[in-house]
Design a protein around this ligand. Structure first.
Ligand SMILES: CC(C)(COP(=O)(O)OP(=O)(O)OC[C@H]1O[C@@H](n2cnc3c(N)ncnc32)[C@H](O)[C@@H]1OP(=O)(O)O)[C@@H](O)C(=O)NCCC(=O)NCCS
Length: 231
């Protein structure tokens, strides 16, 4: 059985396998990275991430629930993807068909056991307010895993992106054992830049991504391990 309760200040995270959500007992486990280091086993990062992703189905922060997307999220996501503010700094609003394609891509990553975006639920209103999680990108010929997020404009400026992104960042390094994550940000996207900086990510370089000027923010596993917890 895989079940962990882990706490790290604002990004207090509870990870449960879907079939075990009603399990009353709680078993504490050591961090996978520590297990790997102690046993001396060299972990194939991608395979290990794939195995662990399959086991982690639900995260809870102070104000949010992060859960895998489901096919019945399509109506709400189509509503959000049609919103020009939700889609700021992208190729623009998406129609129903494009929304279905995007959601299908996420569900495909989930089925393959690959890191993917989580549906973000506001606990108080029980509303699906957007997504935060992992996107697979290629930047200057290098395969990268991006932490990306978009939220319903009615929920902006409550530090929810920061709360979600920190939980996702910790999940990346603690559970999925990724070596590095990035965030790709348009230079004019000040809110996203600020949220990324609060996620302890560092400006690495400026590039052109999908024809847009783009800042590449990054965080390595080593930097994360050395940073004060809760940052
Ligand atoms: C980017 C986004 C996810 C941020 O969500 P959020 O929940 O409002 O973010 P947070 O409240 O956690 O943090 C935003 C920070 O930016 C600051 N901010 C907001 N607008 C700003 C602006 N125009 N200029 C400078 N700072 C700004 C906020 O004050 C806050 O910083 P603070 O906590 O130090 O006060 C949200 O604006 C969004 O969905 N935008 C459209 C999609 C998008 O751009 N996604 C990112 C693509 S890279």
């Amino acid at each position: 059985m895989f079940l962990q309760l882990l706490s790290q200040s604002a990004s207090t995270v509870c990870c449960l396998r879907a079939s075990e959500l009603s399990t009353p007992s709680v078993k504490r486990t050591s961090r996978p990275s520590q297990c790997a280091q102690r046993s001396g086993v060299r972990i194939d990062q991608r395979l290990e991430a794939k195995r662990l992703t399959k086991n982690l189905a639900l995260y809870s922060t102070i104000r949010l629930i992060l859960r895998p997307f489901r096919s019945d999220d399509v109506d709400r996501m189509a509503e959000l993807f049609a919103n020009a503010d939700f889609m700021r700094f992208s190729l623009g609003p998406m129609n129903r068909e494009q929304s279905e394609t995007f959601l299908g891509k996420i569900l495909g990553w989930d089925r393959a056991g690959l890191p993917s975006p989580f549906a973000v639920i506001d606990r108080e209103s029980e509303t699906l307010i957007g997504y935060c999680g992992f996107l697979h990108q290629e930047v200057e010929g290098r395969a990268e895993i991006e932490i990306g997020y978009r939220f319903d404009p009615r929920f902006w400026n409550r530090r929810l992106a920061t709360e979600a992104a920190r939980a996702v960042r910790d999940h990346a390094f603690r559970d999925l054992l990724l070596e590095r994550v990035i965030s790709l940000i348009h230079p004019d996207n000040h809110a996203s830049r600020r949220a990324t900086e609060k996620n302890a990510m560092h400006l690495e370089k400026k590039t052109t991504f999908k024809a847009f000027p783009t800042f590449v923010f990054s965080l390595s596993r080593q930097q994360w391990l050395q940073s004060p917890r809760g940052v």
